[in-house]
Design a protein around this ligand. Structure first.
Ligand code: ATP
Ligand code: MG
Length: 420
């Protein structure tokens, strides 16, 4: 026997039993975003490596160890499977001058790729829905993004998600904080792990993001960015909190909120749950006022977030969604019957019914078994007699009701009548 080929570790197939939940989720997402005036943008899943290095930052987990980067051997370009969506969205907005028409409310959905250790809620191909408000200075739009999320959790039937917010200030306050961090961590060098030592001078903020239990005490005692903030960032943060309070949105201030990407400033936030173990963040985002300029665009402020679809669907499993069953399964047997059966099936689809036409032949009896197994509510049975009389037999499969011979044009009414 030849050996089969398997899917890549950490990259999942979404099988028909699960995919309906995805479809339902996506439909809710598109409706929800259009309610707030956000428009869909679709970018390629592969970009020049440089785009991610320049936007996410060289000394970050993603760029240092999680990117799928490869050389396109046909022209020696270095390409990367997108690990997140903001960089591509901003690149596209600059490339097509979208901001010339004014600020843009945009969103995207699709697969992202990170070479991480696969575990529950953490995969190498995973899916995000990302929302970006480009050209808005906030804090009103920061609040809008958060309020939108709160509505989505209601639409999805997900209570109990907690909102954590913080602020990273402006570039100067981060420079000041950086210097204090380096000084502090220098004093605790002996406790730092290899990663932390390497980042100590390049990107000390990243050390705060470490999940190493041995370092948590030192991290907890580190100087807080919130104490080094500039006046305008404090005002921005205060206004954001005021809008959230006015809108009745509960939040916690988490001064340790360090996002895993370098481009953030001022507002950062995460929605977290206790129900998914270590992978508890389902949605994360913040403001990135410098990124558009950094990627070659005319300076413009921006704010956005991304949510992890797998984690949200895992939370939603309690509210399981089943795919719609067929209304009618068409059973047909005999010479000259097939053409009529096809015609009847198409007719009922025109009438709006979900119709499965039996394929593969077989006796009436074996076809009826398949009809029953399909979950359909009715069998439409067609034999040579029905072709002659131009009628069909409708047999209810789920209720103890007599079957009936009717004209095709009467099927719709018969089914609708029995459904009410
Ligand atoms: P984490 O701290 O869990 O690694 P992150 O900060 O790397 O998260 P972001 O880059 O902010 O994650 O991505 C936004 C959201 O996308 C996360 O909150 C999470 O829900 C989801 N996500 C990120 N990485 C993965 C992954 N490897 N598998 C599944 N979902 C993911
Ligand atoms: Mg990560």
């Amino acid at each position: 026997m030849t050996k089969g080929v398997k899917a890549i570790r950490g990259m999942n197939d979404i099988l028909p039993n699960e995919s309906y939940s995805w479809i339902q989720f996506e439909q809710i997402i598109h409706q929800w975003l259009s309610m707030y005036g956000y428009r869909n943008i679709r970018t390629p899943i592969v970009e020049q490596t440089d785009l991610f290095v320049r936007s996410i930052g060289e000394v970050t987990d993603i760029v240092e160890k999680e990117m799928y980067t490869f050389v396109d051997h046909l022209n020696n370009d270095s390409l990367t499977l997108r690990p997140e969506g903001t960089a591509s969205c901003v690149r596209a907005a600059i490339e097509h001058n979208l901001l010339y028409a004014g600020p843009q409310r945009l969103y995207y959905a699709g697969p992202m790729f990170r070479h991480e250790r696969p575990q529950k809620g953490r995969y190498r191909q995973f899916h995000q829905v990302g929302v970006e408000a480009l050209g808005f200075a906030g804090p009103d739009v920061d609040a809008e993004l958060i309020v939108m999320c709160a509505r989505l959790w209601n639409l999805l039937g997900l209570p109990g998600l907690r909102l954590q917010i913080s602020t990273l200030g402006n570039a100067q306050s981060r420079t000041l904080h950086r210097a204090r961090l380096i000084q502090y961590f220098e004093q605790h060098r002996s406790i730092l792990d290899e990663d932390a030592l390497r980042r100590l001078h390049a990107n000390p903020l990243r050390i705060l993001d470490s999940k190493n239990p041995a370092m948590q005490d030192v991290i907890n005692g580190a100087p807080r960015l919130i104490d080094d903030l500039d006046e305008e960032s404090i005002e921005h943060f205060d206004s954001l909190q005021q809008i959230l309070r006015d809108r009745g949105i509960d939040f916690e201030i988490n001064t340790r909120l360090v996002r895993g990407l370098d481009y953030y400033n001022r507002t950062v936030f995460e929605w977290v749950t206790d129900k998914l173990g270590a992978q508890g963040t389902v949605c994360a985002g913040g403001r990135y006022d410098g990124l558009i300029e950094q990627l070659g665009g005319k300076p413009a402020p921006a704010c956005g977030f991304a949510m992890g679809v797998e984690r949200l669907l895992a939370l939603m499993q309690e509210n399981e969604m089943n795919p719609p069953i067929p209304d009618v399964y068409v059973v047909h047997h005999g010479e000259q019957v097939t053409g009529y059966a096809w015609q009847c099936a198409e007719y009922l689809r025109d009438e709006g019914f979900r119709v499965v036409l039996h394929c593969g032949g077989g006796s009436f009896k074996s076809q009826m078994k398949k009809a029953d197994a399909s979950g359909a509510r009715y069998a439409m049975i067609i034999g040579e007699d029905e072709v002659k009389t131009q009628e069909v037999v409708i047999k209810p499969l789920r209720e103890a009701i007599e079957q009936a011979n009717v004209k095709l044009t009467a099927v719709s009414e018969l089914i609708h009548r029995s459904m009410t």
